[in-house]
Write a protein that binds this ligand. Structure first.
Ligand SMILES: [Zn+2]
Length: 238
């Protein structure tokens, strides 16, 4: 049963209550991109957002479902503004759609960055900063996943000297030093790299972004690395 059918929509209802919380415009007064946000931001705390993701993933593991009735209603409700309560940096892998693996979430709930290997380049970083500073998303999750092809490709570059054409090589290259750092650890090389890469990316967000670092320092944002299991659907948070 999905969150809405289960009647556990307290947090969702909070999104559409008018007049609560800081508006995006207040956060970035005078800037053009504030207009894209419009309404109030979520009033979930970082910890509440994380608990909501955990509960959603438990629903997905137990009984995956998408509520189509609620989808129609929500489309109208968020047409003019959005207040996502979590930012997810996920792989482009077709088997890891964040809205589904976190329990059949609706339009307007997650702010999502996706690319092969769930990496953070300048476009991803700008997107994350926008989610943090303008949309007021209180949680950032770097979501790696089991048997990630991008990570496996980087591991093959380390162990077999594999190379890749076009932009694939520079895209996966940030994973290579991570793979080398765990190569001697034993166990599953690819899986160890998947986890280490997600953790390294999560750590890098505060190092490379003053916007994100400031929000974390103020307790407005929490950053978590995670791994999605393709076999059983579980997300493990680190
Ligand atoms: Zn992947």
């Amino acid at each position: 049963m999905c969150e809405h059918c289960a009647g556990a929509a307290m947090g969702r209802r909070a999104f559409i209550r008018a007049g609560l919380g800081l508006t995006a415009a207040a956060l970035v007064a005078g800037t053009d991109f504030a207009r894209a946000a419009g309404g109030p931001t979520t009033d979930l705390t970082p910890d509440q957002a994380l608990e909501k993701l955990k509960a959603g993933n438990a629903r997905y593991v137990a009984a995956p479902e998408v509520c189509s009735l609620e989808l129609g209603k929500r489309r109208s409700a968020v047409a003019q503004s959005q207040a996502p309560w979590a930012t997810i940096i996920s792989c482009a892998d077709s088997r890891v759609p964040p809205e589904l693996v976190f329990g059949g979430l609706n339009v307007g709930e997650l702010f999502v960055v996706r690319n092969a290997g769930n990496l953070v380049d300048v476009g991803a970083m700008g997107t994350i900063e926008y989610g943090a500073a303008v949309l007021g998303s209180p949680l950032i999750v770097v979501l790696g996943h089991e048997r990630c092809g991008a990570v496996a490709a980087a591991c093959d570059a380390v162990t077999k000297g594999a190379t890749y054409p076009g932009s694939i090589w520079p895209m996966i290259s940030p994973i290579i030093p991570i793979a080398k750092s765990v190569q001697a650890a034993g166990g599953d090389f690819v899986d160890n790299t998947i986890i280490a890469s997600a953790k390294a990316t999560a750590a890098r967000l505060t190092r490379d972004s003053e916007i994100v670092a400031g929000k974390v320092k103020d307790g407005k944002i929490r950053i978590v690395a995670a791994r999605y299991d393709l076999d059983d659907g579980r997300v493990t948070f680190f």
